[in-house]
Ligand binder design. Sequence first.
Ligand code: MTE
Ligand code: MO
Length: 387
Amino acid sequence: MGAMVGASIPFHRNLPAGLVPAAFADEERLVGKDGLTLLNERPVNAETPAHLLDDSTTPTARHFIRNNGIPPAGTDADADAWTLTVDGLVDRPATWSISELRARFEVVTMALVIECGGNGRAFFDPPASGSQWTYGAVGCSRWTGVRLEDVLAAAGVGSSAVYTAHYGADTDLAGEPGKMPLSRGVPIAKAMTGNVLVAFAQNDGPIHPMNGAPLRLVVPGWPGSCSQKWLRRIRVRDVVHDGPKMTGTSYRVPRYPIEPGERVAEKDFRIIGRMPVKSLITNPANGAKTGRTIEVRGHAWSGDRTVAAVDLSHDFGATWTRAGLDAPVNDGAWQDFRAKVELPGAGYYELWSRATDREGAMQPHAIDWNPRGYLNNTLHRVAVRVA
Ligand SMILES: Nc1nc2c(c(=O)[nH]1)N[C@H]1C(S)=C(S)[C@@H](COP(=O)(O)O)O[C@H]1N2
Ligand SMILES: [Mo]
């Protein structure tokens, strides 16, 4: 509880079991978060302004929050008793505590991008319903945990296995018992990638309660919804998982290009796999008053791929300059870019960033419109004024 309110609680022994500290009522469970913009209160959805994502590693306090239901309460107290069950099409179903996971499997730390499939939805025209994320439903924290690959191998994945199914401890918004707000999964091949983690630490500290403490999946490069928080169970299935938010048009896009606003039959949707190439300018902040010389900084990423180049423009795309781009610190991390930009004189400018990945995929200028507002990877634009 102390971690959640951001201070020790001298009278903690007097706290009645199940009492929700008043701090949460005021701050809508953004305790321990810094500068996030609250989009929805129930469930809590909060994004990070782009300029607060300037660090190479996203601090825990600045990792966005995307909840589909009501998070379990008091998970910090439960951490010792928390277990993960692996069952379904496995030879040796098992239940492990977090300390057993630590002892049994190699513990690794990796910087991994989690981006909500609906990041950028706010810019859809006609609008798409759902949380109106602008740019900040993305983060790249350092996650410590064990590889899902190792966990599944220990359980022995059956030859007819097709998909994983992820279950968390959060509950339905309406409070209906046994009803889950979200349960997604990934193809076995993706689950067996070495950077998919069952994580129990974030940035060398505890996972923030709203980011899935004490145990969560981190599936970099795919929609954030694959990264089940408050993880309790992984079931291996011989069919594509059909849990809440796996079916219908959830996290799905049309199989073919459509016109904005066009209606598409449900059978013509496909499940989103890897996320597209994208970049984010984190310095300067949008709307900043600057001098003529600016250091432009940011990050670029592309699901399951590395980024090959980031180009910047300050003249609405007439000319482009290549930015300096770092290699990812590990597979699944975003890549930092930076460039010195000289603006010719006083006035209004826009800085545009455009990433291109190793396969030649480049960020587009216009949104590839889809009914649910997913995968907006248009280039990032930041306005600056020079006095
Ligand atoms: N149990 C559970 N896991 C979940 C969710 C949820 O509602 N419940 N939301 C998912 C979605 S849609 C996203 S984008 C990521 C966001 O992770 P974060 O809140 O740690 O940023 O968590 C995913 N994992
Ligand atoms: Mo999401």
